[in-house]
Design a protein around this ligand. Structure first.
Ligand code: NAD
Length: 479
């Protein structure tokens, strides 16, 4: 396809009014591609296309859906090296992380290919004689799927695959910063054998294109992943108009390290959770809550590990951390480093703007110690390679600090104690809990989602995804 890369609607590639370049954050001189962003009018056309074929796709056979999803998953897996490279070039995560994310997207399509065949209902005897009751699951209809930039193929995959598997039509709006992966995914889907209009993709700005999609009266459900501020606006509009809505948003995830932890495991979990993917994960461990007996050993070992992390071009083979995604995020990270210092947190390393062979948004990972959970650096999502260590007297205090946050996505604990591990998994206020593992890094076949302000609505991923993408109909029959 010739550049600029176009939108996909009603089975055709469609130009858009705004041509926007996507820039490699590891090398600002490298333009990844030019993309034709849509406007509100095109967004409305895409919804119209999805609405026109909603009945046809609703009546498609599970075999048709399986075939399409299986084709898409197979091609993604076959091309994971190439697409992973493009992902790293555009988003800035390292090449193994980029390939890993593409692999996960392929696995998600394969999983939901199977789910298309498994979406059954339930049968119960009626309380009335001679009557049968059946609960059947049906598609919701037209779905709008809005994704963020930090997982530019996995998050679209975990929304698009279940939407299609359960018989819904789709209008997908990718994030402004990472259109290349979205476009490649749409191109693969366009060859998957779906009827025209079943899958549509419109690129563009959230406040215009995204808002038009959310507000369109023919849309039945909106699945959104992104920031809390935008999520709340979307929820308000959906509730006002009786649309189903699902939100996955930010985190301020705690990793508790107890005195009895295996130090190597704890340091690796902290370094991975806090700094990998440049800290730009909703499940990143930004609060490291450490009990007194292990505090200084842990801080020393984590500082040494941090210093060993190589920050460079995402595509270089020995890079551990790629650049920050763009100028705005870099400025936000630097601002929070200043906020932390002004609040009295002690910064023991990192947080430096780095120069590399090509101009890019390089920042060394930063660690604050002796911090207090009330500081802004411990309350607000930063979304960069910055973590803060918070001391705690004992397990009970560590748990109380871990839960003292408006967020509740993922929470981890490093301990050898079965008693504390079990208690933490039962009592930490998070949708996902990890023992002796980083707070980030999840399987593709089980539910994903949080509590409190991190999430709203039913879970994504695994077979739980059908709660959102299907509606239950209760059918009574007297034969
Ligand atoms: P964002 O909220 O700025 O944008 C997310 C998406 O919403 C983009 O596609 C954007 O164009 C669109 N959008 C913006 N304004 C809109 C509007 N008014 N109407 C409709 N759509 C609109 O978030 P981001 O900066 O792309 O992503 C980072 C955020 O995503 C972080 O807060 C992170 O924690 C969160 N995140 C959460 C999860 C999770 O599963 N919980 C996963 C990844 C990222």
């Amino acid at each position: 396809m010739k550049q600029p890369y176009q939108n996909y609607m009603n089975g055709e590639w469609v130009a858009g009014p705004h041509i926007v370049p996507s820039i490699n954050p590891s090398n600002l001189d490298d333009v990844v591609g030019e993309f034709a962003y849509a406007d509100a009018a095109l967004a409305n056309q895409a919804v119209q296309a999805a609405a026109t074929v909603a009945d046809e796709w609703r009546n498609s056979t599970p075999q048709q859906r399986f075939n399409a999803l299986d084709f898409i998953g197979t091609e993604i897996l076959q091309r994971k090296e190439e697409l992973g490279r493009l992902l790293s070039r555009e988003e800035g995560k390292t090449l193994p992380e980029g390939i890993g994310e593409v692999n996960r997207a392929g696995q998600i399509f394969k999983f939901f290919a199977g789910e298309a065949l498994r979406c059954g209902g339930e049968w119960l005897p009626s309380v009335r004689p001679g009557v049968r009751v059946q609960m059947i699951r049906q598609p919701v209809g037209v779905t709008v799927l809005i994704s963020p930039w930090n997982f530019p193929i996995a998050i679209p995959a975990w929304k698009i695959a279940p939407a299609l598997a359960y018989g819904n039509t789709v209008v997908f709006k990718p994030a402004e910063l990472t259109p290349a992966l979205a476009w490649e995914l749409a191109e693969i889907i366009s060859r998957g054998g779906l009827p025209a209009g079943v899958f549509n993709m419109v690129m563009g700005e959230g406040p215009t294109v995204g808002a038009a999609l959310v507000e369109h009266p023919q849309v039945n459900a909106v699945s959104f992943t992104g920031s809390i501020a935008v999520g709340r606006q979307i929820a308000r509009k959906c509730v006002e108009n009786g649309k189903r809505v699902q939100l996955e948003m930010g985190g301020k995830n705690p990793l508790v390290v107890l005195d009895d932890a295996d130090l190597d495991i704890a340091v690796e979990a902290a370094a991975n959770g806090a700094f990998y993917s440049t800290g730009q994960r909703c499940t990143a461990s930004s609060r490291l809550i450490v009990t007194r007996g292990i505090y200084s050993c842990f801080v020393d070992a984590l500082t040494a590990r941090m210093k060993s992390l190589k920050v460079d071009d995402a595509l270089k083979p020995d890079t551990d951390l790629g650049p920050v995604v763009n100028q705005a995020q870099l400025e936000k990270d630097l601002k929070y480093l200043e906020i932390g210092k002004s609040e009295g947190a002690v910064m023991i390393g990192g947080g430096e703007r780095l120069e590399r062979a090509a101009p890019g948004y390089y920042l060394s990972p930063a660690l604050f110690v002796d911090t207090d959970n009330r500081m802004r650096i411990n309350r607000e999502e930063i979304f960069g390679p910055i973590a803060a260590v918070i001391p705690a007297q004992d397990y009970e205090e560590a748990l109380q600090i871990a839960n003292d946050t408006p967020f509740g996505l993922s929470a981890g604990i490093c301990t050898r104690s079965l008693k504390y591990a079990h208690h933490f998994q039962e009592n930490s206020q998070a949708g996902m809990t990890m023992v002796n593992l980083p707070t980030a890094g999840v399987d593709y076949h089980v539910p994903f989602g949080g509590m409190k302000q991190s999430s709203y609505g039913s879970r994504e991923q695994g077979s739980y995804a059908r709660e959102f993408y299907t509606t239950v109909r209760t059918c009574y029959l007297r034969p």
